[in-house]
Ligand binder design. Structure first.
Ligand code: F6P
Length: 254
């Protein structure tokens, strides 16, 4: 029975991979309880990441509760790794526990690597963002970001992310009216995968993703199925890590 279930999961991975056009889809098995999905995905991703990382890698991470679970689940190692961990973007207006800075530092400490952070005020105006990148401490991190070879990022629904970042109800409505469905590192995407809104902040831009060897999106929960489909594309991502039920929901979407 176990083998049969495993085969079913592999088939499902293949189907989702084809639909999204990715190199790889990895699924956490089972009909997980809503409350444990993120934790299970975090554990799974932490293990996968540990196996992937090697000396001299530069890993960029985004924020969010899923990534916080990944950082949480990383085991401390007795063999320090020569890995640099950096936040993918800074100043998006999250609580400190789920900021990319915090997650980058936590992962770096667990693997015995180094980190460099992006200390920025939240939701800075575009003209100020342009000025702040000239700061040497910001430059230093941005230079590392340019050399990133692995990016691990979350995906959220447009509405939840807009709310979390303190947009006004009118702004949220305008965003939804424009067709925004999913969000990743400050970009809001519509059903067709086009960008309909961009948050002004500092760090990775969508174009940078094409230069990164391995881009991994990690997100689960059925309510995120549409968001995942909107955001994830072979233009940017290589790998998607999600859970079985969300994968089934993605396949049901037209
Ligand atoms: O704000 C950082 C971020 O990675 C977003 O780009 C993404 O939409 C969100 O967090 C995912 O958050 P969560 O894992 O809490 O659903």
């Amino acid at each position: 029975k176990y083998i049969k279930e495993l085969k079913g999961l592999k088939n499902l991975e293949e189907e989702v991979k084809k639909v999204l056009g990715l190199k790889q889809v990895l699924l956490v098995p089972g009909g997980l309880e809503y409350s444990t999905i993120k934790q299970e995905i975090g554990r799974f991703t932490a293990k996968y990441l540990k196996g992937l990382l090697k000396d001299d890698d530069i890993l960029a991470v985004t924020g969010g509760t899923t990534l916080a679970q990944v950082a949480n689940a990383m085991r401390s190692t007795s063999n320090p790794m020569e890995v640099m961990v950096v936040p993918g973007r800074g100043g998006l207006g999250e609580e400190v526990e789920i900021q990319a800075n915090t997650i980058a530092a936590t992962i770096a400490k667990k693997i015995g690597g180094k980190y460099q952070l992006l200390h920025l005020p939240d939701n800075i105006k575009e003209e100020n963002a342009n000025r702040i990148v000239a700061e040497p401490s910001i430059q230093k991190t941005l230079n590392q970001l340019k050399k990133t070879n692995i990016l691990l990022h979350g995906v959220g629904t447009a509405e939840e992310m807009a709310q979390r970042r303190g947009m006004s109800p009118q702004q949220i409505k305008a965003l939804i009216d424009r067709g925004a469905i999913g969000e990743a590192f400050g970009y809001y995407f519509n059903e067709q995968g086009d960008i309909v809104y961009t948050t002004s902040s500092v760090g990775l831009h969508l174009n940078d993703l094409t230069n990164i060897d391995t881009v991994i999106a990690v997100a689960g929960g059925q309510e995120k199925a549409r968001a995942i489909k909107a955001v994830v594309s072979p233009d940017y991502q290589d790998i998607l890590i999600t859970d079985e039920l969300t994968a089934r929901r993605i396949l049901e979407l037209k």
